[in-house]
Structure formats: structure tokens, C-alpha cells
Design a protein around this ligand. Sequence first.
Ligand code: 15L
Length: 270
Amino acid sequence: MKTVLITGATGDVGTHLARELAGKYKLRLSDRRPLKAKNFVKADVSKMADCLRITKGVDAIIHLGGYSVEGPWDAILQANIIGCYNVFEAARRNGVKRIVFPTSNHATGFYRRDQTIDHRVYPRPDSRYGVSKVFGEALGSLYADKYGMQFLMVRIGNVNPAPLDKRRLSIWISPRDMAQLAAIGIDHPDIKFEIVYGVSGNQRSWYDNSNALRLGYRPQDDSEPYAQDILRKEKPSGNRIAETYQGGIFCTAEEVPNPAAPKKKKAKRK
Ligand code: 15L
């Protein structure tokens, strides 16, 4: 059984993948936040020493650790630029060849919603966060060409048990479909450097995901059964730019609430 490291294991996507992939691989979970699990190792990806420690002896890495939305440049620089470099470089030094990198729909978020894009389009990031994902894609391309490492770049839409809103009807991916793509990234015998979209088989998809299908991806879910309910409830936001482009609010916001941020305590009433 292959040993697979999941960084960012306490986040939403990490939690779904740790559950879905348990039993298929021997998982090593890591994050800078604590997790009560026997196979957990605490590590901060912005520190090279931590990355060298956690990548030792694994067959593959799913590198989810990082800042997962638009936010302050320094947070993105540390977590997504330096963190990504550290993980890829530590993998190289430790002889780990295979990496699944969850890039994001925000690497191409400034494509219009009336366009269908495939894995060959030039990136059009919608945020500093999106730029950091393009950096990860570029770094993976370099490490594939120069060092013979193997990368599956998954431009993830939104992983959730169900789609959250109108935009996510086009980019939603169910946890089991996400796990299927991650497994292709780990096990496919012939991957050098590939980009796919991390979306379920949504009828409203903005993506031509033929590269994922070519690699054997057979999505089991589609957002359509949720559409009527979501569209009935959702009111137009009035943000013309956000509603024109695929990245939505990331195209205009300077900061999107960070799901990993510590929860603020409610002020006590006097
Ligand atoms: C992402 O890339 C984020 O990591 C996730 O938190 C969602 O905001 C998602 O995009 C989205 O576009 O819904």
C-alpha cells in the first residue's frame, strides 16, 4: 500500500480526502493546526525543515496546505509561495516523485462565465490567491521538466457535500469525485505534468474537462439536482463584475473570509 502525505489535512478539502482515501492508502496527515489522529504530524510548510521531515519516506503527496482564499499578500506569500516551494523542493530532495497539487478555479477566474475553457488556456488569475496557484502550476512544470517529477494539477472548483450557490453549480465537486481525481493523481502510471479541472460532471460546467476524462476520471455527481432550489433562493448580488466572471467575488474583493482563521470570540454583553 502506498504511503501518501496530505498537507493541510485539517482544512475542508483535507478532511474530506482523509476520510475518502483512508483504507486505500497509508495516510500521513499534517497541518500546522493540531489534529487528534495517530497518523498526524504537526508541520508548518513555510519552514523547510518541517517539509523535509514530513516528506521523508512517502510515495506521493497531496499538497493542500496553504492559504485557501484571497487575503493579505504576506499570508499568501508565506503559505502559498514559500510553502509550495518548500514542499516541492523537500519532495525532490527526499526522492518523492509524485505530487497532486490542488490549484484552483481562481487561477483562471477572469475568464467569463459565457466561455468554456480547457486545460490549455493561459491562466487569468482573479486574485493574489489565484496568482499563487499559478505559481504552484509553474513550479510543478519546472520540477517535472527539470527533475523528472510527476504532477497532477487539479484546478479545484469547490469541494462540498452539496453546491452552495449559483456560481458553485458550475464549479462544484463532490468529495467522492475529488477523491477519485486525487487517486488518479497518485496511481495513474503515465503522468508527467497534467492540468485538469476539479469539478463533478456538472451540466452547467464552464470547463471542457476532457483531459481529466482522458486520464480515466468518471465523475459520479452532477450539481443539476440542486439547481432549482438554489436558483429560486438566490438574489442577484448587484456586483456586475463578480457575476460576469467565473471567479465571482474573488474578482473584486481584497479579502474573502478565511475558513481557516481562528474564530473570533463573541464579545460578552455587559
Ligand atoms: C477556492 O479556491 C477556495 O480554496 C475555496 O475556499 C472556495 O472559495 C473556492 O475556491 C470557490 O471558488 O468557491
